[in-house]
Design a protein around this ligand. Structure first.
Ligand code: UDP
Ligand code: MG
Length: 139
C-alpha cells in the first residue's frame, strides 16, 4: 500500500523570488496537510549528504552550490498516495517538460533551479523527513 507522507523543500530560487505563500497555497489546496514546516539553510555538508545518490552526476557540484545559496522551506506533507500525487503536482524535473499548471511549470526557472523538491519513494520520504525534522517536530 502506498504511504501517506512525503517530504518537500521549496528551493532557494523559489524562496528568494517570494513564492513561498503561493506554492504552499497550491500544495494545501491540492489536498496535502502540512505536518512539519520550517525555513532553514543547508550547509555544504547537508546538501552533499542529502543529494549523495547524485554524487557521480555532472551536475552534483552545481546542485550543492545552488541548494546552499540561500534559505529553503522544508515540509512534511500528508495525503493518501502522497509520494506519487506530489510528484504529479510538482511536474517534471525540467520545467520546460512539466505539465501545464504544475508547480515547476509555474514557478521554476530551469532544470537546475527548479523551485521545489519532492521525495521519489516512501522510503526516501521518511529518510528525508528525519534528515530535516526530529520526531517531535512532525505532527
Ligand atoms: N538537476 C540538475 N540538472 C539535471 C538534473 C537534475 O541540476 O540535469 C538538479 C535539479 O535541481 C533536480 C535535482 O538535481 O531537482 C535532483 O535531480 P533528480 O533527477 O532527483 O530530479 P527530481 O527528483 O528533483 O525531479
Ligand atoms: Mg529526485
Amino acid at each position: 500500500m502506498a504511504g501517506t507522507k512525503t517530504f518537500t523543500m521549496l528551493k532557494p530560487d523559489a524562496v528568494s523570488k517570494g513564492y513561498i505563500g503561493d506554492i504552499l497555497k497550491q500544495i494545501t489546496g491540492s489536498g496535502f496537510k502540512i505536518v512539519a514546516l520550517k525555513m532553514t539553510q543547508m550547509t555544504e555538508n547537508d546538501a552533499k549528504s542529502f543529494y549523495e545518490v547524485h554524487k557521480e552526476r555532472p551536475f552534483y557540484g552545481e546542485l550543492v552550490e545552488y541548494m546552499t545559496s540561500g534559505p529553503i522551506v522544508a515540509a512534511v506533507l500528508e495525503k493518501e498516495n502522497a509520494v506519487d500525487d506530489f510528484r504529479t503536482l510538482i511536474g517534471a524535473t525540467n520545467p520546460e517538460e512539466a505539465a501545464e499548471g504544475t508547480i515547476r511549470k509555474k514557478f521554476a526557472a530551469s532544470i537546475s533551479e527548479n523551485a521545489i523538491h519532492g521525495s521519489d519513494s516512501d522510503e526516501n520520504a521518511s529518510i528525508e523527513s528525519y534528515f530535516h525534522f526530529s520526531g517531535r517536530e512532525q505532527f
